[in-house]
Design a protein around this ligand. Structure first.
Ligand SMILES: Nc1nc2c(c(=O)[nH]1)N[C@@H](CN(C=O)c1ccc(C(=O)N[C@@H](CCC(=O)O)C(=O)O)cc1)CN2
Length: 361
C-alpha cells in the first residue's frame, strides 16, 4: 500500500515538473510539444560553387561519353493544349448557363517578377474567356487593406477564384492573409484546411496547388508511371515541395523529401526514378546526382547573370541541364517546363471552382 502511495506521489511530482516545463515556453499551450513543433529553421541552401563547365565528375563523364540525350518534356506545348481545352469548356459553360468563371488577383508591392506573373495570369484568363479582377496595393500598405480586398472578393458572386500573389512584403502576415481567403475560392490551394485534406488519405482537397498539379500533369501526360516508383522532391516549401511530395504519394510513389539539412542528398537522389527539384538554387543538382534513365521535373527558375543575353540574365533551373540531358530519360527545360503549366493549372482550378458554384458539369 505504501509502495502504491509513494509511486502515485512520484508520478504527480513528475507530471507537475513536466507541465511547469511546458508552461515555461511562453506562448505554448500545454497541449503542444515544443520539442516537436519548435524546430522551424530556414532552409538556407549553400549554392554549389562549381558549375557544369568547370568540374568533371567521373560518373557523369561515363554517361557523357555515351551521348545519351534525354527527351524534352515541353511544358509550353502541354500548357497550350490544356488552355485550348479550357477555352472550349468555358464556351460550353457560357452557352449552357450564360455565365463565365471569374478570377480575382491581389498584388501587393512592386516586385518586377510578381508583376510579370500576374500580367501573364490575367492575359491567360482573357485568352480562355475567364473574367479577371485585380486589386493592386502599394508596398507599404497595411494588413487591413489586403484583408479588406480578400474579404470583398470572398463576397463577390462573380468571383470564383482568388489568389494573393506571393511573396508578400515582409511586414504582412502571410498566414493571416491566406487564411482569410474563402476555402471555396482558394484556387491556389494554399489554405491550411485544403492542404490538410491534400495530406490526409481518403480526403479530397477542393483545389490542388497549381505548380504541384502542373508537375504531376507533366509526368502523366509524358506517360511516366508514378506508382511504385522512387521519387525525390528537393525542397519543402508550402507552395511547391510539400504539396508535390503529398501528390506523388497519392499517386503511390515512395517519396523522399530533401532539404537544406539533408545529409548525402546526392546519394539519395541517385536512387530516384523521378526527381522534382524546387529550391531555386541554380545548378544545384549535377549530372552525377541522377540515376541513368530517371525523369526530372525542374521547378527552379533563378535569374543568372549572362552578359551575352538580351536582358543581361537568363533563367536557370535547379538542375544542371547540360549534364542531366546526358544521364536521364526525360527532363523539363527552364524556361518552358513547369512555369507555363502553373498558369494553365490556375485556369483549370478557376474553371473547376466556377463549375461547383454553377452546379455545372
Ligand atoms: N499566389 C501564388 N504566388 C506564387 C506562385 C503561385 O503559384 N501562386 N508561384 C510562383 C510564381 N508563379 C506564379 O505565380 C509563376 C512562376 C513562373 C511562371 C512561368 O511561366 N515561368 C516561365 C518563365 C517566365 C519568364 O520568362 O519570366 C517558365 O518557367 O517558362 C509562371 C508563374 C511564386 N508565387
Amino acid at each position: 500500500m505504501q509502495g502504491v502511495m509513494a509511486w502515485r506521489l512520484m508520478r504527480r511530482k513528475a507530471f507537475s515538473t513536466i507541465s511547469k516545463a511546458f508552461k515555461s515556453f511562453s506562448g505554448y499551450p500545454t497541449t503542444r510539444s515544443p520539442s516537436l513543433l519548435e524546430l522551424d529553421l530556414p532552409d538556407n541552401w549553400t549554392p554549389n560553387p562549381t558549375t557544369a563547365t568547370t568540374t568533371a565528375i567521373p560518373h557523369f563523364q561515363n554517361h557523357a561519353a555515351s551521348r545519351q540525350t534525354a527527351a524534352l518534356i515541353d511544358g509550353r506545348l502541354m500548357a497550350e493544349e490544356i488552355r485550348s481545352g479550357i477555352a472550349s469548356e468555358i464556351k460550353r459553360m457560357r452557352d449552357a448557363t450564360g455565365k463565365v468563371p471569374g478570377l480575382a488577383v491581389i498584388l501587393v508591392g512592386n516586385r518586377k517578377d510578381s508583376q510579370t506573373y500576374v500580367r501573364n495570369k490575367i492575359k491567360a484568363c482573357e485568352e480562355v474567356g475567364i473574367t479577371s479582377l485585380m486589386a493592386e496595393l502599394p508596398d507599404k500598405c497595411g494588413e487591413d487593406e489586403v484583408l479588406d480586398a480578400v474579404l470583398s472578393f470572398n463576397e463577390n458572386p462573380s468571383v470564383h477564384g482568388i489568389l494573393v500573389q506571393l511573396p508578400l512584403p515582409q511586414h504582412l502576415d502571410e498566414e493571416k492573409i491566406l487564411n482569410a481567403v474563402s476555402l471555396e475560392k482558394d484556387v491556389d490551394g494554399f489554405h491550411p484546411i485544403n492542404m490538410g485534406n491534400l495530406a490526409m488519405r481518403g480526403r479530397e482537397p477542393l483545389f490542388v496547388p497549381c505548380t504541384p498539379r502542373g508537375c504531376i500533369e507533366l509526368l502523366l501526360r509524358s506517360g511516366v508511371q508514378i506508382m511504385g516508383k522512387k521519387a525525390v522532391v528537393i525542397g519543402r516549401s508550402n507552395i511547391v515541395g510539400l504539396p508535390t511530395s503529398l501528390l506523388l504519394q497519392r499517386h503511390h510513389a515512395t517519396v523522399t523529401v530533401i532539404h537544406a539539412f539533408t545529409k548525402n542528398a546526392e546519394q539519395i537522389t541517385q536512387e530516384a526514378d523521378i526527381v522534382v527539384s524546387a529550391v531555386g538554387v541554380p545548378n544545384l543538382v549535377r549530372g552525377f546526382w541522377l540515376k541513368p534513365g530517371a525523369v526530372v521535373i525542374d521547378v527552379g527558375t533563378s535569374p543568372v547573370e549572362d552578359p551575352g543575353s538580351e536582358y543581361g540574365y537568363r533563367l536557370t533551373g535547379d538542375v544542371c541541364y547540360e549534364e542531366a540531358v546526358k544521364v536521364v530519360s526525360a527532363i523539363t527545360p527552364v524556361p518552358g517546363g513547369v512555369g507555363p503549366m502553373t498558369i494553365a493549372m490556375l485556369l483549370c482550378n478557376t474553371v473547376d471552382s466556377a463549375k461547383r458554384a454553377f452546379g455545372f458539369s
